[in-house]
Write a new protein. Structure first.
Length: 597
């Protein structure tokens, strides 16, 4: 199939069958599955739900920490009447790479853990019969993958993975697996750019299809009334008395794209469209020409048992908590989320900073800690980084923008999280990365990356390429913390004063303090809920004195899993909410503050 990036929506010409459920599962401890023919079917298997991470489902630590291949299998029927259509098998994501066999025939392979992939399966499929689908998923990382990490092999042959990032490397089939039953001639990509002139909304569109058949487009309002229409693969629609998509008010029109043959409908695709503009002007961030202030969180797609696997119940609970706490935005740290998340944000008016999986561009395990030791990193001095890593980074940027380009909720692209941007050669790397990204988005949204504390004002070699200065800062936690907290304010304000000289908007994309729910101490100590509140109050004083600041996204929305170690107590505990989504004292503090902004 020419593109797997268009969301698998049902319509009068399209049928979607979800293959999610209980699948067969087998860990390939010795990497022998291919040689022994596991692609033809599994025996001596366990069971797992799809989608989910497999890591937390079992009581065996060797399964949770397994490095290498794991195998999945399911069976499904193909209706005989489908053989005259295109049957597309689509995986929403599998972390970090996958190979797929249908009835023993290899039909697809994919590198990259967060993007959709698949294949048209008509030739390999048996219509009117049961079909066997086998998938092998691999979770290994190295210096060239996005994200990065390293594998250590021990004398007994076991491997362990050490990620260059501070969250658990969950693996498995993380999004739904679906069959799309499509017409032989079909629509496979749609691009929209929105604007408005007074009360008139403007929607430019471009359609790509598998044939040169006639295209007719209708734009409908939320009540289903046609408000504009056109013919042809490209056109600009005008909407009188437009209702704009706004933060907190996710008004959506529906673009009905019709492929016609002599007036007969061949294919129909419905695309939700929010009409809005996004712009950086001086040191302000504007949505629909009005100043916007980001209130919210960096966030993880992370929950108990399911790990990184998509869970619609957790997604809705998170959305309700965002609304309760008066947040208006999230950053998809540190990878793209499941497509359902963006569609929900479109509907609810939640503003999204969409981030690539480029985390760990810093050659130290747990780099946020190692960086503070004075040890020197040489990540961007390695030629392989400027060749293979950078090409993989570009690939993930391109995929992200292709998949999410039409979401009204997405207002900015974050191209990397906490790279070692103080290094000299980081400049040439990110000059190329930002230049590449600027040519991809038809809506020309602003670009950013999150800056780490080891690259403060005057030392960062990449900030000049960003439209928005995004800072991850922990004055009062990793530095000048505990009994020194009161002295953190001065140093923080001095650094922000330097960044203000750039004349760009400044966004606080991370600030936070690890807090174990239920620990109370007067006077406060680090890890207590009282200390988290005192820390946040100090940060907010600094924010309120910075004219160029356009938002605050506390780290993190909820506690999340990390690799085990003496510096993490069963995960990162910086959440305003616990991992089971209950509020700490800090959540009430944030709710009160954000109700007034």
């Amino acid at each position: 199939m020419e593109s797997q990036f268009l969301y698998p929506a049902e319509s009068s010409t399209r049928q979607v069958v979800d293959l999610s459920g209980i699948w067969k599962f087998k860990v390939d401890y010795e990497g022998k599955g291919r040689k022994e023919g596991w692609q033809n079917g599994l025996d001596n298997y366990s069971e797992v739900p799809v989608p989910s991470s497999y890591n937390d489902l079992f009581t065996d630590k060797d399964i949770r920490e397994h490095v290498g291949d794991v195998w999945y299998q399911t069976e499904f029927y193909l209706a005989e009447e489908w053989q005259h259509k295109n049957v597309n098998l689509r995986f929403g994501s599998a972390t970090h790479r996958a190979e797929v066999w249908l009835n023993g025939e290899k039909i697809a392979e994919h590198e990259g853990g967060y993007m959709p992939f698949g294949a048209i399966i008509n030739e390999a499929g048996n219509f009117g019969q049961k079909n066997t689908l086998v998938v092998v998923v691999n979770n290994e990382l190295d210096l060239t993958t996005i994200p990065t990490g390293q594998v250590k092999e021990y004398d007994n042959g076991k491997k362990r993975l050490f990620p260059y990032f501070d969250f658990y490397n969950y693996a498995g089939i993380h999004s739904a697996v679906k069959l799309q039953i499509l017409p032989k001639d079909y629509i496979y990509d749609i691009t929209t750019v929105t604007d408005y002139d007074g009360s008139t909304g403007l929607v430019e569109y471009e359609i790509e299809s598998s044939s040169d058949l006639e295209i007719k487009v209708e734009l409908k309002d939320a009540a289903g009334n046609i408000v504009a229409e056109a013919t042809g693969a490209k056109a600009k629609l005008e909407v009188e008395d437009v209702k704009l998509w706004q933060p907190g008010e996710g008004y959506l029109y529906q673009l009905e794209v019709n492929l016609l043959n002599d007036g007969d409908l061949v294919d129909n695709y419905p695309l939700p469209v929010g009409i809005r503009t996004v712009e950086v002007k001086g040191n302000r961030f504007l949505i629909n020409g009005e100043q916007f202030y980001f209130k919210g969180f960096g966030k993880h797609q992370d929950s108990e048992i399911n790990g990184r696997g998509f869970d619609p119940a957790v997604m809705i609970r998170d959305a309700e908590l965002l609304d309760w706490i008066n947040a208006n935005s999230v950053r998809t740290s540190h990878y793209p989320y499941d497509e359902e998340f963006y569609r929900m944000c479109d509907r609810r008016g939640v503003v999204v900073i969409d981030e690539t999986p480029a985390v760990g561009l810093f050659d130290m395990n747990m780099n946020f800690l190692a960086a503070g030791t004075g040890k020197k990193s040489d990540f961007f001095d390695k030629e392989i980084v400027h060749q293979e890593t950078k090409e993989n980074h570009k690939r993930e940027i391109e995929r992200l923008i292709k998949r999410d380009k039409n979401h009204a909720s997405v207002v900015m692209w974050c191209l990397a999280n906490e790279p070692d941007s103080a290094q000299e050669r980081a400049e040439e790397y990110f000059k190329d990365i930002f230049s590449f990204a600027r040519g991809l988005d038809p809506q020309e949204r602003p670009l950013t990356f999150t800056n780490i504390m080891t690259a403060p004002y005057g030392k960062c070699k990449a900030a000049q390429f960003a439209d928005v200065i995004s800072l991850n800062r922990y004055y009062g936690w990793y530095i000048i913390g505990g009994s020194e907290l009161e002295y953190a304010q001065k140093d923080f304000e001095e650094e922000l004063a330097g960044w203000e000289k750039e004349g760009k908007p400044i966004l606080m994309t991370e600030y936070g303090a690890d807090t174990k729910a239920g620990i109370h101490k007067l006077p406060s100590v680090q890890w207590s809920e009282e200390y988290q509140n005192e820390y946040l109050e100090l940060q907010h004083k600094v924010f309120d004195n910075c004219d160029s600041l356009v938002g605050e996204q506390m780290w993190n929305f909820a506690d999340f899993q990390t690799v085990e170690g003496i510096l993490r107590v069963n995960g990162n505990k910086k959440g305003a909410f616990t991992r089971d989504r209950q509020p700490k004292m800090a959540a009430h503090l944030l709710r009160k503050r954000w109700s007034k902004i």
